[in-house]
Design a protein. Structure first.
Length: 375
């Protein structure tokens, strides 16, 4: 979970689909598109999730939650026997795996009840928020931070959850009278060991304390600033924390994305072009001398340094490539293209001292401070 690249990730993904790089008012169009998406979310939430006065979930949602709660928060008994009928959703193998986690077996239930009990207020606050910074903060407080803390405290849940899928023995397919052939085939073909390596790597990256600061809290603050970047952009403020200052590079990014054609271009060629244009844009975002210090103060800390080092480490790079080959096999019988070169170049962004070293030394200075503190 990179505290640097993530601040623009959602914007870039959305904009690829809604913007034409030839438009004069590029950010105005982006704002309109994102506002339309927020309106859709608000309407969907009011119509399908919340009661008429918005103070609670709809009765149908509450009924569903009662059924699900019995599966996520089962009543423990002294008997080690497990009834498939009572554990119809996740199955006995899954329950056994979580039981083995000791106190951590309670985390899924705690998370479920947090989402249930705080859902109406959080959804209303999100719908009524007047800035993207507030929206980001609400999402982080309601969803991201609780899950992050649970995984930091109990990383064994990842292995237990994988076990739930690999050895699924619930009765959902039987109850719904659906064949489970396709599910079983996917489960058999997924490289679970590599997936577990990637997920545990991300957990390791975002957890712990650095420089006396809790990394979940500190990274959360950085992600919240991503909302401020959007607010500044849409308010026409040409400041360091605004996309306006790298408008030219962003436009070039969109033009490159829109030129991709999988029928005439190889996946490797597309990957190389994507990485090249991303590197150019991130160099302006992160390394521009007039803003590098503010970017470092806002998004780069000892927690960020640790996170970037973990997710760009050799074991993680190897795991990314293996995971890509595994996913590729689901869609093609041909050999997966070798993306080691573009991946290596993309991950070079995360070594900010080296990436920006010819334009600024702020990241190198921060690295030295962090290293000294941990010495």
């Amino acid at each position: 979970s990179s505290g640097i690249n993530a601040e623009y990730g959602a914007v870039l993904i959305i904009s690829c689909f809604v913007l034409s790089a030839a438009q004069d008012d590029m950010f105005g169009t982006l704002e309109e598109s994102m506002s339309a998406g927020l309106d859709w979310i608000a309407n969907m939430t009011r119509e399908n999730l919340l009661s008429d006065d918005g103070s609670s979930f709809k009765p149908s949602i509450n009924t569903m939650m009662v059924l699900v709660e019995a599966q996520i928060c089962p009543v423990e008994s002294s008997s080690k026997k497990c009834s498939r009928d009572e554990n119809w959703l996740f199955g006995c193998n899954c329950r056994k795996g979580f039981r083995a986690l000791g106190e951590c077996k309670k985390k899924p239930c705690q998370l479920f009840r947090h989402f249930r009990d705080n859902g109406p207020d959080s959804l209303n606050n999100f719908i009524n928020a007047e800035s993207y910074e507030d929206r980001y903060r609400i999402l982080l407080d309601y969803i991201v931070n609780p899950i992050s803390r649970a995984l930091c405290e109990c990383p064994g849940m990842i292995g237990a959850a994988i076990n739930c899928a690999r050895k699924y023995d619930g009765t959902v397919f039987e109850m719904a009278e659906l064949p489970r052939t396709r599910f079983d085939r996917i489960v058999k073909e997924v490289d679970w060991k590599t997936l577990k390596t990637v997920l545990l790597g991300f957990v390791k990256a975002g957890c712990g304390e650095r420089n006396g600061k809790d990394c979940v809290t500190e990274m959360s603050g950085m992600y919240t600033l991503a909302g401020r970047v959007l607010d500044n952009t849409f308010n026409g403020e040409d400041v360091c924390l605004s996309m306006i200052r790298f408008e030219e590079q962003f436009r070039e990014y969109l033009q490159t994305i829109s030129s991709f054609d999988t029928e005439t271009q190889s996946i490797k060629s597309i990957a190389n072009k994507f990485v090249d244009v991303t590197v150019d844009m991130e160099r302006e975002v992160l390394c521009e001398p007039n803003c590098a210090e503010e970017m470092s103060d806002s998004f780069y800390s000892c927690c960020t340094k640790h996170a970037l080092e973990v997710i760009s480490s050799k074991p993680m790079r190897k795991a990314y490539l293996k995971m890509f080959k595994n996913v590729w096999s689901f869609f093609s019988e041909e050999a997966a293209p070798n993306l080691s070169s573009p991946l290596k170049k993309y991950l070079s962004i995360l070594d900010l001292d080296s990436f920006c070293g010819d334009r600024t030394d702020v990241y190198g200075v921060k690295n030295e401070q962090c290293d000294a503190l941990e010495a």
